[in-house]
Design a protein. Structure first.
Length: 245
């Protein structure tokens, strides 16, 4: 009985699996040109493998990058700068010669103590926490203190940069929702399953038609490739064993 050379294709690395599949497709097309014109199942199995290789190679060699990452990082940096500028401007009034300004400082400094860590927060939390800070600044005695110290431009800058970050984050969520995410593991499982189906079909037909040299030649070509990659896996396993103390 004719058999497939046994090896665990699932143990191949991504950049080993791809050339193995390409070699299998190439040799099948060369050795089975006549069969592919008459045997519909063989043609279908081969096309399943062939059509899946390029998309899989694209996602493994060029992982999708989030185009919004740099934009959001810059907007977060500008927001941090605006918050820090507010704090530094406030500190200027700690030793003011004007009593009204010192009182305004005392009022705001107590609030600032609760919010000064805003730039160190996780960005997912920082937007909401900044909203809370801005909301507190609209209440008394903080609103009057802001007016006394002439710090409305600093407050406006914090609000503007926070709103800018929120808008960019919303754009990112909307864009991400519209784009399908390539599941590399699922694509690999499908490719391996299609390859296995192709090989199983070839060995089945080689046994079903033992007098047909075309199936036998195709099985031999497939097994040559399978043995080469089986040897590769064996060498790797041996190398790892030698490295162990």
């Amino acid at each position: 009985m004719k058999t497939l050379h046994v090896y665990n294709v699932a143990r191949l690395q991504q950049m080993e699996l791809i050339p193995m599949l390409r070699e299998t497709v190439s040799d099948t097309e060369k050795k089975a040109a006549v069969l592919l014109g008459t045997d519909a199942p063989l043609k279908r199995y081969l096309h399943n493998v062939k059509d899946g290789i390029d998309p899989f190679e694209v996602v493994t060699r060029n992982p999708q990058k989030d185009p919004y990452t740099q934009v959001l990082n810059e907007k977060d940096r500008l927001r941090d700068v605006a918050v820090s500028r507010f704090g530094r401007k406030l500190q200027y009034y700690e030793y003011s010669e004007k009593e009204a300004e010192r009182k305004a400082f005392d009022a705001l400094d107590a609030l600032w103590a609760h919010h000064r860590s805003l730039p160190r927060l996780n960005v997912k939390k920082q937007t909401g926490a900044t909203d809370n800070f801005l909301n507190d600044l609209t209440k008394e005695p903080y609103a009057s203190a802001i007016a006394t110290l002439g710090m409305q431009p600093e407050v406006d800058a914090v609000r503007a940069t926070n709103d800018d970050y929120r808008a960019a984050a919303a754009d990112r969520r909307a864009t991400t929702a519209e784009q399908p995410v390539a599941d590399i593991k699922a694509m690999r499982r499908t490719l391996v399953a299609d390859y296995t189906a192709l090989c199983n079909y070839i060995v089945t037909m080689a046994n079903a038609y033992p007098d047909d040299a075309a199936w036998d030649e195709l099985l031999t070509a497939i097994n040559v490739i399978r043995k080469r990659y089986a040897d590769l896996l064996a060498r790797r396993a041996g190398a790892k064993k030698d490295e162990q103390p």
